[in-house]
Design a protein around this ligand. Structure first.
Ligand code: ATP
Ligand code: MG
Length: 606
């Protein structure tokens, strides 16, 4: 009888649900009873397509600003990324551990980072009023373990990693899990006896990262990066290329140069130099800003030398000169001044120090130290303030009318600027930073006293490296690259399931029998299946399948079964094929394998 027969099929599907892979993960799950709440409405603050799709497809839900719950589908994707990461790192001999999220503040005082990290570091007190932080990163904790446990060169090198929840009280959490406050990071730390070893560890991680992001099927670039709050000497960022990326990247198409814009240091770039002319005082009422001043004086913005007052942490105020049409690169400014944190002086503060409102500040006869971007050196002379309200100088000549104590690479690189390596024009792309490798040197081992005895009995500070990958951000970045108007387009490796199986008539015996046979065939071959067993209209099922965007969709309908077939559709290409039911599991597995293979062909452009 038909009814009994349907029950038989449902029992078969129940049995298939007991199947798990080696890690205990279900290979087959029916959508009914699975917790994947899709949503039509998205909050107005969801600006990025990945953020909207992750909410609509039921991957994440917001608990508080920058704090998200990972629902079952998202967690499956995270687990898959974890597997890729573990494989690549374990093959390099790195070892996994798990460190506490709560760390004593003293460790941060020891490294001196409690101040440097500022309000991004979440601090708390325990019941005894002792100070703790929630780890935004774990250099201090791991260095503390190593200094206590490792004492001989024989115990090095070591590379340890963990996959763990971090907390950073980001000033502007946004884009969902892309820039959260609580987020999952893989962080690894390497410890070596000498430079050569440390370089080897760095290279190992660099290669492991390539392997990881290649396997994920991401289009990415590896760029030279600034070391930021982590500190240290050398670093590269792994950037998923996407127009929505927060990072601006500079590329040279002629050589291999690729760097974060904040890391690009321009020693020179194309700029006009001006012939000598006598210094002339010009009445410029109310002209504080470069554009209006240029217009008023009938010159291009590049004829003006902007004077900006900055306050450094350890060396007080400094007047910074830059050509009028260029922006300052704040990271280069801070790095090249080497005087701690640097900030732009406020209007009143600047007037207090320079004795004149901003806009009329002058390097001529300045009592405050003057540094300048290389562009100013190339200009030779230009229009500057007079130090007197409502007046500017025309023809102020470097060396004659004002002195500069140092020329530094302070201009923010732009498209068309010369490549610092080969001089050919740079181009610009946007990227999402998903991974970061740093050579730390002895910054932490010296601050915290992590030493080993060398073979000859002398002592050496351990040379460290640290290496991070944001898991949620990587998945969001992958969605940022893989989507269309209908929804997500997962790469095979990160997809929560590999196949969406859609029986269109769940009350039909032949459809459900073919479905159960497909489920058994696919799961026996290790293909992961999400079954849409809901009693919904076909249109609804197709819509939801497209929204979730699993790589392969298989449809079973009265019509297809009558012909002994099911319909296969590839989400990324839209390619549709009819498959004989008998051959379908083998064909689908082969397609899955070839998609995995194709997606992991090397994608990096560096
Ligand atoms: P950003 O410049 O984007 O703030 P970062 O340089 O502070 O990143 P790292 O300290 O290098 O980041 O952290 C390692 C990795 O952790 C990053 O490459 C990124 O993938 C991830 N990550 C960092 N901050 C966040 C965040 N707020 N939300 C999600 N992932 C993050
Ligand atoms: Mg950060």
């Amino acid at each position: 009888m038909a009814k009994d027969n349907i029950q038989t099929q449902l029992d078969r599907l129940k049995d298939a649900q007991k199947l798990t892979d080696f890690s205990g993960e279900s290979v087959f799950v029916p959508l009914s009873g699975y917790f994947a709440p899709s949503k039509r409405e998205v909050p107005a603050d969801a600006e990025l397509v990945s953020h909207r799709l992750m909410i609509r497809a039921g991957l994440i839900r917001k608990l508080a600003g920058g704090i998200y719950s990972y629902l079952p589908l998202m967690l499956r994707s995270i687990r898959k990324l974890e597997r890729v990461i573990r494989g690549a790192l374990n093959r390099k001999g790195a070892r996994e551990l798990l460190l506490p999220a709560v760390q004593p503040l003293e460790l941060w005082q020891e490294s001196g980072r409690d101040k440097k990290y500022g309000p991004e570091l979440l601090r708390l007190k325990d019941r005894h009023q002792r100070d703790f932080v929630i780890g935004p990163t774990h250099e201090e904790v791991i260095t503390d373990i190593i200094r206590k446990e490792i004492h001989s060169y024989r115990d090095l090198p070591i590379n340890l990693y963990q996959i763990q929840t971090k907390f950073r009280d980001e000033i502007r959490p946004r884009f969902g899990v892309m820039r959260g406050r609580e987020f999952i990071m893989k962080d690894a730390y390497s410890f070596d006896l000498d430079e050569e070893g440390a370089n080897g560890s760095y290279l190992d991680m660099y290669q492991a990262y390539k392997e990881i992001f290649d396997q994920c099927g991401l289009r990415y670039a590896i760029v030279e990066a600034d070391s930021g709050a982590i500190g240290g000497s050398y670093s590269h960022e792994f950037m998923v290329l996407a127009d929505s990326g927060e990072n601006t990247l500079m590329f040279c198409d002629s050589c291999s140069y690729a760097a974060n814009q904040e890391k690009s240091a321009l020693e020179s770039y194309e700029i006009e130099s001006f012939p000598d002319s006598p210094l002339e005082r010009v009445h410029t009422p109310g002209m504080r800003h470069v554009p209006e001043l240029a217009k008023f004086m009938g010159v291009k913005e590049r004829a003006i030398i902007k004077s900006m007052l900055f306050i450094t942490e350890s060396k007080g105020p400094v007047l910074v000169l830059i050509p009028g049409h260029r922006e300052i690169n704040p990271v280069q400014l801070e790095n090249s001044l080497a005087a701690g944190a640097v900030r732009l002086a406020g209007p009143e503060e600047a007037e207090g120090i320079m004795g004149v409102p901003m806009g009329f500040v002058t390097p001529v006869g300045s009592k405050v130290r003057v540094v300048a971007d290389h562009g100013v050196r190339l200009m030779g002379s230009g229009i500057v303030g007079t130090g007197e309200k409502d007046y500017h100088y025309r023809g102020a000549k470097l060396g004659r009318d004002f002195e500069v104590s140092e020329f530094l690479p302070l201009a923010l690189a732009e498209a068309g600027d010369p490549c610092p390596h080969c001089g050919n024009p740079l181009s610009v792309k946007k990227g999402i930073e998903v991974g970061h490798v740093f050579k730390l040197g002895t910054k932490y081992s010296e601050a915290m006293g992590a030493k080993v005895q060398r073979k000859d009995g002398s002592e050496a500070f351990i040379i460290m490296g640290c290496y991070g990958i944001g898991l949620g951000r990587t998945i969001a970045a992958s969605i940022e690259q893989g989507n269309d108007k209908d929804g997500i387009i997962w790469p095979m490796r990160l997809a929560p399931f590999e196949v969406s199986l859609l029986p269109l008539q769940t009350n039909d015996e032949s459809v459900m029998e073919a479905t159960a046979t497909l489920v058994e065939g696919l799961t026996a071959l290790g293909v992961e299946v999400l079954l849409d067993d809901r009693d919904e209209r076909p249109g609804m099922k197709f819509k939801d399948a497209d929204l979730l965007g699993l790589p392969i969709r298989v449809t079973v309908s009265l019509k297809s079964v009558a012909g002994g077939n099911c319909e296969l559709r590839v989400r990324r290409t839209g390619e549709v094929r009819m498959l004989p039911l008998k051959e379908a599991p083998g064909e689908i597995k082969a397609l899955r394998d070839s998609m995995l293979q194709a997606e992991s062909q090397e994608k990096s452009s560096a």
